[in-house]
Design a protein around this ligand. Structure first.
Ligand code: DUC
Ligand code: ZN
Ligand code: ZN
Ligand code: ZN
Length: 469
């Protein structure tokens, strides 16, 4: 036989083309695309299905430390199981440097978490919380050489915030190392001021999380990050952009010729701040607390316009799961006392593709090729995984999702494979669903059943981002 696997009769979709073709796979790679292929140990019937590159989710949090708060609901096993069930075959989570520790130590710790536990392939971004002279001059250049070619920095959170000088130092280091910096743009002092003001007025329900960090706070920080990027002459990626105001800052910078890239996420086209009100300003609103918070339906329109006009290159989940209920020790009792103590983040690695397909492709806002670009190809290109990952063609890893474009489902926790005890998209009707996921030629998920094993996923040493230069 010529092939290990043939995917027969489907419609192959890439970021640029849509074509009727069979896909031939050998030794984990795509080796042939042709009208009719025969001669394989295994043939998969894809008639009526779209054959697309497996999702690449370049913004996922797994097994991060709790800083005194509740533990994350997903480590590598459950988080990557959820990924493959949702048609995603590569994730790029973060190796977070706790202050006062070395980044290399953090990276080693995360490898220990991931090694032998992962159902899909993975790389790591580096979260820099403590840019000391030795981190900047020694650790980061060496880590970039070892395939950790992107950083993330935060403009808020007590345990992570960098001041302007530190941001400039990291940006400048990234320029020297040719690494891509992702920036969390929300202003620390403004959030702290608003949080204290709301709390002293007794406004502690989950909804007030959104009021503690309105869009102006994100807009200001976005502008500041752009200015710092301009000053240091380094490209940056603004992650999890929530609405019109920060999006317009990015568009303005792009039009000026600055290399500013941007990401948005399902929560900014599918949730609103009103979801944080819960059933009746009760604590169930805590299920939707994430940062930046979801805004309103006019913001959804602004995000779509940013997607359609190329402001955004990537659509990521920002999967950052916590338990809502859960047994003792999982839920932080302090979270009941104020939004301030509710961990920021929601699960979403398993529902990212369905939400974009349904609201984007089915509702006519983007083409299926743009869908592939936003969920896979652009992530591979942006983060140094192209042309190993991110498309369907000879030479690419055989990471493939077979997609039923007409299947109707209602998103529900009972369908999920993550560790969290809820999905914020509960009850959302979607059209389009992943029915089979292949990782390097192996069927790892089939119609909600996991057929892969933990340990199937491999670490990806990433190349330099062509967008960082
Ligand atoms: N930033 C993220 O990227 N994810 C969750 C919370 C946050 O602040
Ligand atoms: Zn350790
Ligand atoms: Zn962030
Ligand atoms: Zn995140």
């Amino acid at each position: 036989t010529d092939f290990d696997v043939i995917i027969r009769g489907g419609t192959v979709v890439t970021a640029t083309d849509t074509m009727r073709a069979d896909v031939g796979i050998r030794a984990g790679k795509i080796v042939s695309l042709s009208d009719k292929l025969t001669g394989a140990a295994k043939t998969i019937d894809a008639s009526g299905l779209l054959v697309m590159p497996g999702g690449i989710d370049s913004h996922v949090h797994l097994a991060q430390p709790a800083f005194g708060g509740p533990a994350m609901a997903d480590g590598f096993e459950t988080g990557t199981r959820s990924a493959i069930a949702g048609g995603t075959t590569t994730v790029i989570p973060f190796a977070l440097q706790p202050r006062g520790t070395s980044l290399r130590h953090a990276v080693t710790d995360y490898h220990r978490e991931a090694d032998g536990q992962s159902f899909c392939d993975y790389g790591f971004h580096l979260i820099i919380s403590d840019p000391t002279a030795s981190v900047l001059s020694q650790e980061l250049p060496a880590l970039v050489d070892d395939g950790y070619t992107s950083f993330k920095v935060f403009m808020t959170y007590d345990d992570l915030v960098l001041n302007d000088r530190q941001l400039l130092d990291v940006f400048s280091c990234a320029r020297d190392c040719k690494a891509l910096v992702m920036v969390h743009c929300e202003g620390y002092d403004a959030i702290k001021f608003m949080t204290e003001r709301l709390e002293s007025a007794g406004k502690t329900a989950p909804y007030y999380h959104a009021l503690s960090r309105p869009e102006s706070v994100e807009r200001e920080a976005t502008h500041r990050a752009i200015s710092h990027a301009e000053l240091t002459d380094v490209p940056i990626m603004v992650v999890h952009v929530s609405g019109r105001e920060p999006m317009e800052q990015i568009r303005w910078a792009q039009n000026k010729g600055l290399k500013i890239y941007a990401e948005t996420c399902p929560q900014y086209v599918a949730l609103t701040a009103d979801d944080l009100k819960g059933l009746n300003m009760d604590e169930s609103g805590g299920k939707y607390i994430c940062s930046p918070p979801p805004r309103d339906e006019q913001s959804w329109d602004a995000i779509w316009s940013g997607i359609q006009t190329g402001v955004f290159q990537t659509f990521s989940s920002d999967h950052c799961p916590f338990y809502y209920e859960g047994s003792e020790g999982k839920l932080n009792p302090k979270a009941r006392t104020s939004f301030r103590w509710v961990p920021n983040g929601i699960p979403g690695v398993e529902t990212r593709l369905q939400i974009l397909y349904s609201k984007g492709v089915v509702e006519g806002r983007i083409s299926v090729n743009e869908f592939v670009a936003l969920t896979s190809t652009n992530h591979a290109k942006m983060y140094g995984l192209y042309p190993q990952k991110g498309s369907i063609g000879p030479g690419f890893d055989a990471d493939i999702v077979l997609w039923d474009p007409s299947r109707r489902e209602v998103i529900s926790q009972s369908l999920m494979h993550h560790g969290a005890d809820y999905t914020p998209y509960e009850g959302m009707a979607v059209v389009g669903w992943p029915v089979m996921t292949l990782l390097r030629g192996k069927v790892v998920a089939e119609d909600g059943r996991i057929t892969g094993e933990k340990g199937d996923g491999q670490f990806l040493k990433r190349s330099l981002s062509p967008f960082a230069a």
